[in-house]
Design a protein around this ligand. Structure first.
Ligand code: ZN
Length: 250
């Protein structure tokens, strides 16, 4: 069995700075997620912003099948050159799963082409998620609806492109709604945005949230990474009889 190479990238600043976040994720939320996702078909690496080459040197990125991304307060510290390398890998087939405040990361905005702004409120209100595409692989095995007792509200309008395929919708106690799980394809690569995951709530300890991530990793994993996407100029397969009185001009 060929294993899926999963790399979990975490900004990993809040856990170092705030005692209350460290209590929930003592080794960083990337390692918590990795612990829950551990399975025979996955090879998991955990990396973070303050490591050499911001955690993603070529040898790591170029052997990653699926990249999970969690960032919040240090989006601007991520090198533009790294963002371009990640984008290049995605368009050749790497899966990308962007979590929570990663909506405003350079890589997500680069892949979307929009600002990816949203409404937010942090008062620990209840969030209820609804599966709106029960046949989607990312929703497999999940109940029709499940709730998080405390969450940060992310609300509409969320300016992502309209080609996103909505898998989950969220309702918040304060009245807002949000497209909380949205799938995209950009060239060869699959992208999934999933909004629950504020660092000061134990959201990545929730079995339903972990199930979504586990499903998303398998869904986003490419059958293969395409080495090249240059479109060649093919010879015709059939004889072309149509006369071209205009010639061809380059
Ligand atoms: Zn947050």
């Amino acid at each position: 069995m060929k294993k899926i190479n999963l790399t979990i990238w975490n900004e990993f600043r809040h856990e170092k700075k705030h005692e209350e976040v460290r209590k929930i994720y003592p080794d960083g939320l990337h390692r918590t997620i990795a612990g829950y996702l551990a399975a025979e078909d996955l090879d998991i690496r955990c990396v973070s912003l303050d490591e050499p080459e911001q955690g993603l040197p070529d040898e790591v990125l170029n052997s990653t099948d699926v990249l999970i991304w969690w960032g919040h307060c240090a989006h601007s510290a991520v090198a533009d050159e790294l963002v371009e390398r990640i984008r290049d890998r995605v368009i050749h087939g790497m899966g990308l799963i962007v979590l929570h405040s990663g909506h405003y990361s350079k890589i997500f905005r680069r892949m979307m082409g929009t600002e990816c702004r949203l409404l937010w409120r942090e008062v620990g209100e209840k969030e209820r998620l609804w599966v709106v595409d029960p046949g989607h692989p990312i929703a497999a095995g999940l109940p029709a609806t499940f709730a998080l007792p405390n969450s940060e509200m992310y609300g509409e309008y969320f300016d992502i492109p309209q080609d996103g395929h909505i898998v989950f919708m969220s309702w918040f106690e304060g009245g807002n709604v949000f497209r909380s799980g949205v799938a995209f394809q950009r060239d060869r690569g699959k992208i999934f945005y999933f909004s629950p995951g504020h660092e000061s709530y134990p959201i990545y300890h929730d079995p339903n949230i972990i199930k979504v991530l586990a499903n998303a990793v398998r869904w986003a994993a490419p059958a293969k990474i395409f080495p090249d996407r240059i479109t060649p100029q093919p010879e015709s397969l059939e004889t072309i009889r149509t006369a071209n009185p205009y010639g061809s001009v380059h």
